[in-house]
Design a protein around this ligand. Structure first.
Ligand SMILES: *Cc1c(COP(=O)(O)O)cnc(C)c1O
Length: 221
C-alpha cells in the first residue's frame, strides 16, 4: 500500500482496533486485495485474513507467510474444498451436511483437522440468504461434531443489508441468543463471527467475538 493511502487509512485501522480490543478478533477481509496490501496489515501485526474464493485463497496462501490463519468466508462449492484444505485455518461458511461431509473427507485425506464455523441465516426478510436455518442449528451442530476431522468453534452470521441500525441490532441479538443457547449445551464453542465495515460497532455491542472487516481497511471513506 502506498504511503499516502496508508496515511489516510491508518486511522480506520486504529479505530477498528480500539473498538475490538479485548472483545473480538479482527479478521482482515483480503478478498480482491493485492499481496502488497495484505502485507501492509501483516507487517502491522495482523495474522487472521479472510478470502471468499477458493482459487484466490490458494494462490495467496501459497506465497504469503505461512503463519497467516486463512479464513474461508464465501459460499464454498463442494468441488473446491480439496483445493483449500492444505491452506485454510477455518471455514466460516459451513451451512449444510453435504458440505460438512466433503470437508471431513478432504481433511481426512491429508490427515489434518480443520476448524469450522456454522453459518446461519437469521430470519429477516431481506437478509442475505446464505446460511443454514436457525431451526436446524442443534441438529447440524451435532452432525458436524460427530465428524472426526472437523472442529466446530462457533457460528457465523451476516447482518441484513440495510442502514436501519435497529433491524441490524435485532438480527445480531438473535444471533447472540442462538450462540448462547448452543454454548449452554456445548461450552467449548467460543466464536461468534459477526460484523463487517458497516455494522461492526453494532455487532460488538451484541457480543461478537470476531469481526470481519474489508472495505474500511483498504479504502478511504
Ligand atoms: C466481504 C465480506 C466481509 C467484509 O465486508 P466489508 O463491508 O468489506 O467490511 C465480511 N464478511 C463476508 C462474509 C464477506 O463476504
Amino acid at each position: 500500500m502506498s504511503a499516502i493511502i496508508w496515511f489516510m487509512i491508518e486511522k480506520n485501522y486504529r479505530k477498528v482496533k480500539e473498538a475490538s480490543e479485548g472483545k473480538a478478533v479482527l479478521c482482515v477481509v483480503s478478498k480482491t486485495r493485492s499481496f502488497e496490501e495484505i502485507m501492509t496489515y501483516y507487517e502491522a501485526g495482523e495474522r487472521v485474513f479472510a478470502e471468499n474464493r477458493a482459487a484466490e485463497l490458494k494462490k495467496k496462501a501459497a506465497v504469503l507467510p505461512s503463519d497467516i490463519q486463512w479464513q474461508f468466508i464465501g459460499h464454498l462449492q463442494t468441488n473446491k474444498v480439496r483445493m483449500i484444505m492444505p491452506y485454510v485455518s477455518c471455514i466460516q461458511s459451513l451451512d449444510s451436511r453435504r458440505l460438512a461431509d466433503e470437508i471431513e473427507k478432504a481433511a481426512a485425506g491429508i490427515n489434518r483437522t480443520v476448524d469450522v464455523l456454522l453459518e446461519f441465516h437469521i430470519a429477516e426478510e431481506d437478509t442475505n440468504k446464505t446460511g443454514a436455518s436457525e431451526e436446524d442449528a442443534f441438529s447440524l451442530l451435532a452432525y458436524c461434531r460427530a465428524l472426526s476431522h472437523l472442529c466446530v468453534k462457533g457460528i457465523m452470521v451476516m447482518g441484513p443489508h440495510t442502514d436501519d441500525e435497529e433491524r441490524i441490532r435485532a438480527v445480531f441479538e438473535k444471533a447472540r441468543t442462538l450462540f448462547e443457547a448452543l454454548r449452554a449445551e456445548y461450552p467449548d464453542l467460543t466464536v461468534l463471527s459477526m460484523g463487517m465495515s458497516s455494522d461492526y460497532e453494532t455487532a460488538l455491542s451484541c457480543g461478537s467475538t470476531m469481526i470481519r472487516i474489508g472495505t474500511m481497511l483498504f479504502e478511504e471513506e
